[in-house]
Design a protein around this ligand. Structure first.
Ligand code: CS2
Length: 505
């Protein structure tokens, strides 16, 4: 075992040839790798997902698909990935099993948090044919209930006034495309890898909403030269913890400040709609399809829906991680029945997928005890997640007159999670959600009246479209669940909802 105080060498190109044999390393020559694509938002998910697929592709055939990783928001990359020459360790973990691999596909990192000029330089360059993005749901600055650009968003207001020095993702992309149009004019694909429905359509909508304000032909140029494919991305990769960094030090004997941990499962389904040259990720496990919609509904409603349900109800029940929440037999039964009885019937057939097996597989993934995914992390930005994970299946069921007794509970769970973070409800935990302030103000003004609380939150029409918000069945179900959840009796509400839900079979 390592002596705690012994200095360790930091991962970097100089260490590659001396890595322990247990650690897989890039099989290609990074020195000749040209950067043909950029990625915005180099977090744990990108490093565990798209960058790994690209690493696989580069091992398969070495082409010009090195990645320039750009952060336009914290954290800064220079001192971690940057000082390691872009290299990092990706650990795949399943219970006691650890599979380490150094990923080499990120060849350069660019910090563009203080000024967007460095990001624009990369995005507008003629060498970049593909831009992938993981900027979180709220990064699109769209209205969750409609998918339209939120012109009231402060960053969008800023970008409309300062189009050449934008702050928002849509503003930065619109400006980069404008620079491309005015210089080399090369086509480019902008590929969203965030969990929002029809992510390509939303990205195109928000970028075009800004471009069409320019009156310089930009919107038409984009229509002719830029592709916005939709994609379904999947791998559970929680935020890295100091324990993950320590694990690499202890087991493999080097320091890596950019370690990421993910589960074995991974999936990437991409709409086959590209402009310019395309990395052939389909040769290394990704699937190119003509329509991503069935895959995206399946993943967001089943896997992500289960995660959000376990996260909010888990926090309310005092449980720390997804794996702790699903280890509770009542919560496990609840989420299983919710998915099988209410969610699955809303899904369209998915090529090659047996729905029940997918549910079992998804819940099995959430039981992986080596993946320390905090319920608070998943509950972060819940307002941006519940539409695609819970409200859309609820809407589909209501349209057919079907029960929503179970799906409505995590919706009330999201409300209770934010309400209990308000001053009037004792600030039970810190929250991070663009709507946290609004819900706290409602809670502070109203106090403990579930009916008025639910009505006021359902009136936020940027999350709940009016038709859904005024549906009597939905309102009654949410009010009833919220009442119980605010009485700090989470498990009683879960049990009661199971009893009230339509019996199986
Ligand atoms: C999670 C997702 O934080 C969250 O919202 O639900 O990051 C989830 O782990 C991924 O979508 C899995 O592919």
């Amino acid at each position: 075992m390592r002596v705690a105080s012994a200095p360790l060498e930091t991962l970097g190109p100089q260490l590659i040839s001396r890595l322990p044999s247990a650690v897989q390393k890039p099989s290609y020559d990074r020195a000749v790798l040209a950067p043909g694509m950029a990625h915005i938002g180099v977090g744990a998910f990108h490093r565990c997902h798209q960058a790994e697929y690209t690493d696989d592709l580069l091992s398969h055939r070495l082409e010009f698909w090195g990645v320039v990783g750009i952060n336009i928001r914290p954290p800064f990359l220079a001192e971690t990935l940057g000082s390691q020459g872009g290299l990092y360790t990706r650990l795949i973990r399943q219970d006691n099993h650890v599979e380490p691999r150094v990923i080499g596909s990120i060849v350069r990192v660019v910090d563009s948090q203080e000024s967007t000029a460095p990001a624009l330089d990369v995005l507008a360059s003629s060498g970049i044919d593909m831009v992938t993005l993981t900027v979180t749901e709220k990064g699109y600055c769209h209205i969750p209930s409609s998918g339209a650009l939120d012109f009231n968003h402060p960053d969008i207001a800023h970008d409309l006034a300062n189009p050449e020095a934008p702050r928002s993702v849509p503003g930065i992309l619109a400006r980069a495309l404008e620079l491309r149009m005015a210089s080399h004019g090369r086509p480019v694909t902008l590929l969203s890898c965030d969990n929002i429905p029809t992510n390509g359509v939303i990205l195109e909508t928000v970028v075009q909403a800004l471009a069409s304000q320019r009156n310089n032909g930009l919107a038409d140029w984009i229509s002719a030269n830029v592709a916005f494919p939709s994609a379904m991305v999947d791998r559970i990769a929680p935020a890295t913890t100091p324990a993950d960094i320590e694990l690499v030090a202890q087991r493999f004997g080097y320091h890596d400040a950019a370690v990421v941990v993910g589960e074995p499962f991974r999936q990437w389904v991409i709409e086959q709609k590209f402009a310019g040259r395309v990395p052939r990720w389909d040769l290394v496990g990704a699937t190119f399809v003509s329509d991503v919609t069935p895959f995206e509904h399946l993943k967001m409603r089943v896997l992500n829906g289960a995660q959000t349900t376990l996260a909010t109800l888990g926090v309310l029940a005092g449980l720390e991680h997804t794996s702790d929440a699903i280890a509770d037999p009542l919560l496990a039964d609840f989420v299983h029945r919710m998915l099988v009885e209410e969610t699955l019937p809303t899904l369209m057939p998915v090529p090659g997928v047996a729905p029940l097996a997918y549910v079992e597989q998804s819940l099995g993934r959430l039981r992986n005890t080596a993946i320390r995914h905090r319920n608070h992390q998943i509950a972060t930005d819940g307002s941006q997640k519940i539409v695609q994970r819970l409200l859309n299946p609820i809407r589909d069921r209501l349209a057919k007159g079907e029960s929503i007794a179970l799906l409505s509970v995590p919706v009330a769970g999201w409300m209770a999670y934010l309400i209990q973070a308000s001053a009037r409800f004792g600030k039970s935990w810190p929250v991070s959600d663009p709507y946290a302030g609004k819900v706290a103000a409602i809670a502070d003004a109203i106090g403990h009246d579930p009916e008025v609380l639910a009505a006021s939150i359902l009136a936020i029409d940027t999350i709940f479209d009016p038709e859904l918000a005024t549906n009597p069945k939905f309102r009654a179900a949410v009010i009833s669940a919220l009442d119980g959840l605010l009485s700090n009796d989470t498990m009683a509400i879960v049990r009661r909802s199971l009893q009230q839900a339509a019996p199986t079979g």
